[in-house]
Design a protein around this ligand. Structure first.
Ligand code: UDP
Ligand code: MG
Length: 338
């Protein structure tokens, strides 16, 4: 019996991406069309744009495109929840209808021509396919070195990350259902997906520059992303401080014995320098330790609240526009192109 081709959904989180949206939508549509022509994927395959509470025209562009282009559909989140959660919203929505889902950023920095290879791997029986960057030539020196340092640190802490893999990947229905069983609020997809452990493959590609617009990941967001990644996976930093504390305790006990001996021998000195140094040193160390413990308590705090990760405002994927809304959008479209 010949099986029907699999239904693919491409999930694209977008935050203030009005500058790139049209180009992205055009290129992804042509990829879908050529894959459909090759009978590699079903005709019902779609591109699901998730609008992560953008403050620009991104959502109206998505809604208008969905009227013109049957391959395009959208999900509008009620407010900005960040890339990871927006992506997750799209994945959860898409998994019910799709046999496989590919996630990709809206800025087309990832090479969309390897989507075909993803699908071929999927046909070979891989359940998860990772897109891996061959080089980071187009990234700034700063981004390159910080990213490398981050992967190294994560691996040292025992968190299995796929080196140079961001969120460009294919997952099949089964692995997405498995992903749905991870309830944590501090979601770090790059760490969790490899933990699922189903049969996987890697596809190499060259990372390009953003088509337009600027990065939505300033340093502050990057740091908080890295910190969440570490504290949601590893207690190593806390252990590190326990160890340091213990070593310092041993050291100071030995020093204490030394001081008592000196005292008994009648040889005491003013000791101001050592005193002041140890006050600062220990004070700093303690504050740092408390800070790290605080990070974990913060993580526990957000976890125990069990809050939903996002709120869906408009869902064109499950319910396409009503005739009235369609008319309204078409009217807007006419205004735009007249
Ligand atoms: N993004 C998002 N919500 C945010 C920030 C970013 O959905 O709060 C999306 C953004 O639209 C893009 C992707 O996440 O599709 C990656 O962002 P960006 O390209 O700015 O990050 P970079 O590639 O510079 O790390
Ligand atoms: Mg980018």
């Amino acid at each position: 019996m010949i099986q029907p081709p699999p239904l693919l959904t491409i999930v694209v989180p977008c935050y203030n991406e009005e500058e790139v949206f049209e180009e992205t939508s055009r290129q992804l549509t042509s990829v879908l069309n050529s894959l459909t022509a090759e009978k590699l994927i079903s005709e019902e395959s779609k591109i699901l744009f998730v609008d992560d509470g953008s403050r620009d025209r991104t959502w109206s562009l998505i809604a208008m495109e969905s009227v013109k282009n049957s391959k395009v559909t959208g999900l509008k989140l009620a407010c900005n929840v960040g890339h990871q959660k927006a992506l997750l919203a799209g994945l959860h929505k898409a998994k019910h209808r799709s046999d496989c889902v590919i996630s990709i950023d809206a800025d087309l920095q990832d090479d969309i021509s390897v989507i075909r290879e993803f699908i071929l791997k999927f046909h070979e029986g891989c359940e998860i396919v990772y897109g891996v960057r061959r080089s980071r030539k187009t990234d700034t020196f700063f981004k390159r070195t910080t990213a490398l340092g981050f992967y190294r640190l994560m691996n040292k802490l025992g968190i299995q990350l796929i080196y140079n893999h961001a969120d460009f990947r294919l997952m099949n229905k089964r692995s997405l259902e498995e992903l749905g069983r991870y309830p944590e609020a501090n979601l770090f997809l790059r760490g969790i997906v490899p933990m699922i452990g189903f049969r996987s493959a890697k596809v190499m590609y060259d990372r390009k520059e953003r088509v337009a617009g600027e990065t939505k990941y300033p340093l502050k967001k990057m740091l908080s992303f890295a910190f969440n990644g570490i504290t949601s996976f590893s207690v190593a930093p806390i252990r590190f401080f326990t160890l340091i504390g213990f070593l310092l305790f041993l050291l100071s006990a030995m020093a204490g014995i030394g001081v008592i001996i000196q005292k008994m021998l009648g040889y005491t000195n003013a000791g101001w320098a050592s005193l002041i140094i140890s006050i600062w040193f220990l004070g700093g160390l303690q504050l740092m330790g408390i800070g790290i413990i605080g990070e974990y308590i913060g993580t526990i705090f957000t976890e125990v609240k069990r809050r939903p990760k996002y709120a869906v405002d408009i869902d064109l994927y499950s319910e396409p526009l009503s005739p009235l809304q369609r008319q309204e959008t078409e009217r807007l479209l006419e205004k735009k192109y007249s």
